[in-house]
Design a binder for this molecule. Structure first.
Ligand code: NAP
Length: 293
């Protein structure tokens, strides 16, 4: 049986891998959180790889506080660049593939054509810059790294836009949400599932593992603004809260966000035969899970 190490396993995405583990019984999973494996502790990372062997590593650990990163660039770089490099080196020493997640924020674009993997990267925030540098570091350290650039990730776990909207929508009669940032939401469970479907194909020899190498886009299908997303959350959850479209300039935050970050997913669908669901369908799925908790 092939083994998978999942780092940062207490985050949104990491928790979804834990939920899915029993459905992927062909893999033996090892889940590590910060207490078990602090990925910013270089000696600890190398020691971990010396004492444990795996067939694949999925890195869900990252510095994800987008706004705080503006005032903590060193911490962001340690978590998103150095730690990622050390993990990639650990994987390279074992000759195993690394799956690493990056962000739509590496693009900062005012175009309205979905972004392709080869498009120019123009990160404008500390978080985005460190995610891009992290990509470069992992690719240099382990050529057998799959980088999944994803966007607007949410889950029933952790802190995210969907859970914030559910809370605020129940507290307030109306809410201003930006309409001039457009992208595609991603239910973390779908992303975890896609990752495991890809590794299953590699593991069964259906697709050569070399095809893991490189950058792929993943999000749910469809496009919306945060305003549209909030409207859909309230509609599906049956929350009576008026959503007012506001401009980004009227909701200032420390970190710049790209105005348009819709990812073109043609590559991942073609190479790995994935069928992606529309974001509304995924949102219903997640809200169903939240309603049961
Ligand atoms: N969330 C989004 O909207 C979004 C969008 C695009 C891309 N991404 C990328 O997707 C990936 C997964 O994101 P997510 O939403 O699941 O993030 P998340 O919920 O913030 O989870 C990140 C996890 O990493 C852990 N972590 C941080 N530093 C660590 C360390 N030194 N050692 C071990 N674990 C550490 C955190 O642990 P603690 O809880 O202990 O801090 C947390 O459990 C990340 O690479 C992120 O950059 C996310």
């Amino acid at each position: 049986m092939s083994s998978i190490l999942v780092t940062g396993a207490n985050g949104q995405l990491g928790r979804e891998f834990q939920v899915l583990a029993e459905r992927y019984a062909g893999f033996a999973f090892t889940f590590t959180n910060r207490q078990v494996l602090d990925v910013t502790d270089e000696p600890a990372v190398f020691q971990f790889f010396t004492h444990n062997r795996f067939d694949y590593c999925i890195n869900c650990a990252a510095y994800t506080a987008v706004d705080r990163a503006e005032s903590e660039p060193d911490a962001a770089r340690l978590g998103n660049v150095d730690a990622a490099r050390w993990l990639a080196e650990g994987c390279a020493r074992q000759g195993i593939p690394l799956i690493h997640y990056s962000s739509d924020y590496v693009y900062h674009n005012a175009q309205n054509i979905p972004l392709q993997e080869g498009d120019a990267t123009t990160p404008r925030s500390v978080y985005a810059i460190t995610k891009l540098e992290g990509e470069q570091a992992v690719r240099a350290s382990n050529p057998l790294t799959m980088i999944l650039r994803t966007s607007w990730v949410y889950s029933s776990f952790g802190h995210n836009f969907v859970k914030t909207m559910l809370r605020l929508g129940r507290e307030r009669e109306s809410l201003g949400v930006v309409f001039d940032q457009v992208g595609s939401p991603t239910y973390a469970r779908g992303l975890a599932q896609a990752t495991l479907d890809i590794l299953t194909k590699v593991d069964k020899g259906e697709v050569p593992k070399e095809l893991l190498s490189g950058i792929y886009h993943y999000s749910d299908e469809g496009v919306c603004s945060w305003y549209d997303f909030a409207l859909a959350i309230f509609e599906i959850a049956g929350i009576d809260c008026k959503v007012l479209p506001i401009e980004t300039k009227d909701y200032p935050l420390p970190a710049h966000r790209p105005p348009y970050s819709v990812l073109n997913k043609s590559k991942i669908k073609a190479v790995w035969g994935l069928e992606l669901k529309h974001w509304r369908e995924r949102l219903r799925e997640c809200l169903g899970v939240i309603a049961k908790t």
